[in-house]
Design a protein around this ligand. Structure first.
Ligand code: C2E
Ligand code: MG
Ligand code: MG
Length: 754
């Protein structure tokens, strides 16, 4: 390998190992240069008092001071950084040399050179550094040989100035080496930091530019520094960003403000990360719903550098949500509001009109039977028609909703008369027949409850209207009922009764639901011919509640089914206990119970269980009114009961429609004449005539008759005279517990029992 090539290789390697000697920014260099120039000035001035103290304010000192002054002038005036730094290096060399001279070459004075080399390393530049090394070596050699006693204190130095100059040079060089090493390491670290920084910057730029979300970068003064391509395509912005552009110069408009409040709040230092939703108008007229996220980037001193913002277009999300909200608010069948929306709007009405809201509650009568008889599509059609008719009569200012099922409600604000009139119009919606998809027309009625504006809150008003509607149902349906406070009491009582009944059914049935018996007497022989089982409810406090107070509720809640089973089982057990002494026991069966598909199988099971030989000793009492009201066709079921050999009694005959034709259609064995025909019978000709007619008809149809509610002897006698075979009533006995019933049986009968 040629020598020249090898040399350049070595130079390359050396350069790689040594610090480059650059890297200070202009500002940093100026700072350091100012510092070192001042150091030279201070040291140069400090020489004067030292010289004075040593009594050496001589020519050498004068020359040195002049030289130092010249170098300081050079340091200040020279435009080239390197020359100015070299002037400082020479100036400091002269300071050190003069110090050595003032102390006659004292070794300790030479320490100043080490201080100077450290100070000059601050330039991180080879030129002043090497200038100092060369100047120092030259000084030691020249002055060592010219005035050795003033340069080296020892004899060897005086004898061999070049040798000692070299030694001093090497020492200074070694001191310099540590500086060079530090300098080199700092350079490497700075380079790495710089690389990291540019890498981070490149990554940020890539993330900013390639982000699929519109982004902007704002300077601390609010000018727009950058916008990304996604922002440009989103806003339809063409061309580059104008210099010193403000957000308001961009082709978007933010509703309500020229600048976004968000940025202003960040600029004002309120927070570093903020989010808000705004409406944006594009140049092309498009309106966007935008979620803006802005975050502030600060430097280490906490000064705001930039604000980076993301603009998330949530227009579609909003449209989706709006559609969902509408869907959730509206009832799909009628297009009216749903219950939730109704409640929300009701609250809104209240807050707008300070509590003066009235509510009309509408419930279709026997809607279930429409569904059952004509199918669900017919039911839907009826509901749709109701919705349309209501919409036609309800004013726009009112809130109309289908609360669910066959329930509708109207909430409105206005004077009482207007509300009452509307309630009447609402009821009027049910006057015309309802056309079905099959072409048939159906008459449908509704029970309407009305709760007028009062001091109560909206929920209470709605609840009151519901209670009034319930009262309308109880009152016979197809009517408008105005709420009054007694309804609330009745409801509370119902709630209490239901809870007590449920608890009773879960407890010890024998004690919580005792079955009492009322004897039925033969009017001719005055002996017991049968007994009616009548259930009572015993509260935990021991109070006995008559069935009239809980049977209707048990009917409504369906609790009458397990209750009826219990009564039937108890009656059969009791019948078995009495044996032949008791000709028969009659058990009341509610229409709801009878309509249960499981009723006949249950009855069959209970009969088998009881081991009753003669099923005709069991009589089931059914009422005419309740069955007619429900419109249930029970003929098949009644036939099945009859097929079991169980007898049927028509209870409370005469209270309902008292249709004699209906009497013919029911396969009853017994007719129970209602108490209303019996009371005061002895002196009422009309009643006697009716009873005679019923007795005649019953006989013609092979039915027997029992008169109910006989309280007076005269009535009993009158019944007997009219030919009524049997009766029950307080005149004979009130309903009693089984042991008391046993006691009422004739001695012959009792003997049979025992
Ligand atoms: P109901 O079947 O007509 O029973 C006769 C009711 O008249 C009984 O009332 C009885 O105590 C009452 N009563 C009897 N004699 C007289 C009298 O001389 N004067 C007056 N004022 N009342 C008299 P109770 O026990 O309160 O039963 C009321 C209704 O509750 C019964 O009327 C019946 O419809 C129903 N009920 C009773 N127990 C049951 C039951 O186990 N199941 C079902 N589904 N209903 C029952
Ligand atoms: Mg009865
Ligand atoms: Mg009765």
């Amino acid at each position: 390998m040629p020598v020249k090539l090898r040399l350049t290789q070595y130079v390359h390697r050396l350069r790689a190992v040594l610090p480059a000697g650059t890297g200070l920014s202009h500002a940093d260099w100026q700072n350091r240069h100012r510092l070192l120039t001042w150091l030279t000035i201070v040291c140069g001035l400090a020489l004067a008092p030292v010289a004075a103290l040593r009594d050496r304010l001589d020519v050498e000192w004068g020359v040195a001071s002049l030289l130092i002054a010249a170098m300081i002038a050079g340091a200040v005036e020279l435009r080239s950084q390197r020359l100015a730094a070299s002037a400082v290096a020479v100036g400091l060399t002269v300071v050190c040399a003069e110090l050595v001279m003032l102390f006659d070459g004292r070794t300790e004075a030479h320490f100043s050179f080490f201080v100077a080399v450290g100070a000059l390393a601050l330039y991180r530049d080879w030129v002043p550094f090497l200038t100092f090394l060369v100047a120092t070596t030259l000084h030691h050699a020249l002055f060592g040989s010219w005035m050795p006693h003033m340069t080296f204190q020892h004899d060897s130095g005086i004898g061999h100035p070049w040798f000692w100059a070299a030694i001093h040079g090497v020492a200074v060089l070694l001191a310099a080496a540590t500086q060079v090493t530090a300098w080199r390491l700092t350079e490497a670290e700075e380079r790495r930091a710089l690389e990291d920084l540019s890498q981070a910057e490149a990554q940020f730029t890539a993330a900013f530019e390639e982000a699929p979300i519109a982004m902007t970068m704002l300077a601390a003064d609010g000018t727009v520094l950058r916008v990304n391509p996604a922002f440009k395509s989103w806003t339809g912005m063409a061309g580059p960003l104008p210099p010193r552009a403000q957000l308001s110069d961009l082709p978007i408009q933010i509703e309500g403000a020229r600048d976004t409040r968000l940025h202003r709040r960040i600029l004002q230092g309120e927070a570093d990360v903020l989010r808000e939703e705004r409406t944006f108008h594009n140049v092309d007229g498009r309106v966007h719903q935008v979620e803006m996220h802005a975050s502030a980037l600060r430097d280490s001193a906490g000064r705001l550098q930039v604000i980076v913002s993301h603009y998330l277009d949530v227009t579609e999300k909003h449209q989706h949500q709006e559609a969902l909200r509408k869907q959730a608010r509206e009832d799909a069948l009628t297009g009216l509001l749903g219950r939730r929306a109704f409640e929300a709007d009701l609250n809104m009405l209240v807050s707008e009109y300070a509590g003066e809201v009235s509510v009309i509650y509408i419930d279709v009568d026997r809607f279930k039977s429409v569904n059952d008889s004509y199918g669900h599509s017919a039911g839907d059609e009826v509901l749709r028609t109701i919705g349309a008719r209501l919409r036609a009569v309800v004013p726009d200012t009112a809130v109309l909703a289908r609360l669910g099922g066959d329930e509708f409600a109207v909430a409105l604000v206005g004077p009482t008369t207007a509300v009452e009139n509307l309630a009447i119009s609402v009821a009027g919606c049910f006057e015309a027949p309802f056309p079905l998809p099959t072409g048939r027309k159906l008459t449908v009625t509704a029970s309407v409850g009305l709760s007028l504006a009062g001091a109560t809150g909206p929920e209470a008003t709605l609840e009151n209207a519901d209670l009034a509607m319930y009262a309308a149902k109880q009152g016979g349906r197809a009517r408008v009922q105005l709420f009054d406070d007694s309804m609330r009491e009745a409801t509370q009582q119902r709630v209490w009764a239901e809870r007590t009944l449920r608890a009773a059914l879960e407890g010890d049935l024998k004690s919580s639901l005792p079955v009492w018996f009322q004897p039925i007497y033969s009017l001719q022989t005055r002996t017991v011919v049968g007994a009616e089982a009548l259930v009572r409810l015993r509260t935990p406090e021991g109070e006995l509640i008559p069935p009239g107070l809980f049977i209707p509720l048990a009917e409504e809640t369906g609790l009458v089914v397990p209750l009826g089973e219990h009564v039937l089982r108890t009656a059969l057990e009791q019948l078995d206990a009495w044996g032949e002494a008791m000709p028969y026991v009659s058990v009341n069966v509610s229409p709801k119970q009878l309509a249960e598909p499981g009723f006949v199988p249950m009855l069959t099971d209970e009969l088998t269980r009881s081991g009753l030989q003669d099923p005709s000793r069991l009589v089931l009492e059914i009422t005419e009114t309740s069955m007619l009201e429900r419109g249930i066709d029970l003929s098949e079921r009644l036939a099945a009961i009859k097929a079991l050999g169980v007898r049927l009694a028509l209870d409370d005959f005469g209270t309902g429609y008292s249709s004699l034709t209906w009497l013919q259609s029911v396969p009853a064995d017994i007719v129970k004449l209602d108490r209303s025909f019996v009371v005061g019978l002895s002196h009422d000709q009309d009643k006697t005539a009716i009873i005679t007619a019923v007795l005649w008809l019953a006989r013609a149809m092979s039915m027997t008759v029992i008169a109910e509610g006989v309280e007076e002897l005269e009535d009993a006698e009158a019944l007997d005279k009219a030919g009524c075979p049997a009766a029950q009533g307080w005149y004979f006995s009130r309903p009693v517990e089984p042991p008391a019933m046993t006691a009422l049986l004739t001695p012959r009968q009792v003997r049979a029992v025992s």
